[in-house]
Design a protein. Structure first.
Length: 176
């Protein structure tokens, strides 16, 4: 904490990037469980939006290495060799398993062991980013009871088509 207060932000970043990467002494739970899970979440955020396996891996690798390890985290600590390798590589393997599991859950209407609640929980654990966003932008796979007098807002990624037509970006739709 003293170093954070005394060394300017960008000075710390430059110093940490020049020194790294190093083998860190983090708790193995972080390096070998939580980091692969984070990598899988990055991978799934791309895979569930239509990227293929290679594109999803490259997206996950970019987010975990450039954006996170050499970006945000390098302001506080030296980039970690384990984080640079384990997060995207193990994350992609785990993420593809999650992708296939989630596809099976969605194909069954979110029913797992006869329960939609279990299905929703497992789908969220497999793909937290897209399941969370699905509650805001609409997820046609979810079986919502929609009040037809409400306005809905749909988010569409820049590379895809809206579920409501050919609009790109954010669109507002009135349901009558």
């Amino acid at each position: 904490k003293d170093e954070i207060r005394s060394v300017p932000l960008f000075t710390r970043w430059v110093r940490n990037v020049k020194k790294g990467p190093v083998i860190d002494k983090d708790n193995p739970i972080f390096n070998y469980i939580l980091h692969p899970y984070a990598g899988a979440a990055y991978y799934m955020s791309a895979r569930s939006e239509g990227f293929n396996m290679l594109g999803s891996f490259l997206y996950s690798a970019f987010i975990s290495t450039v954006f996170w390890e050499y970006g945000i985290e390098a302001f506080m600590e030296i980039p970690s060799l384990q984080d640079l390798l384990i997060t995207p590589i193990c994350g992609a393997v785990l993420g593809e398993g999650f992708y296939r599991a989630k596809r099976a859950i969605v194909d069954r209407g979110y029913y797992v062991l006869g329960s939609k609640t279990v299905g929703y929980i497992l789908a969220f654990l497999c793909d937290p980013v897209n399941e969370f966003l699905g509650y805001f932008r609409g997820n046609p796979a979810h079986d919502y009871a929609i009040d037809k007098s409400q306005t809905t807002v749909a988010y569409t990624p820049w590379f895809g088509k809206s579920i409501y037509g050919n609009e790109y970006g954010i669109s507002v739709r009135y349901v009558f």
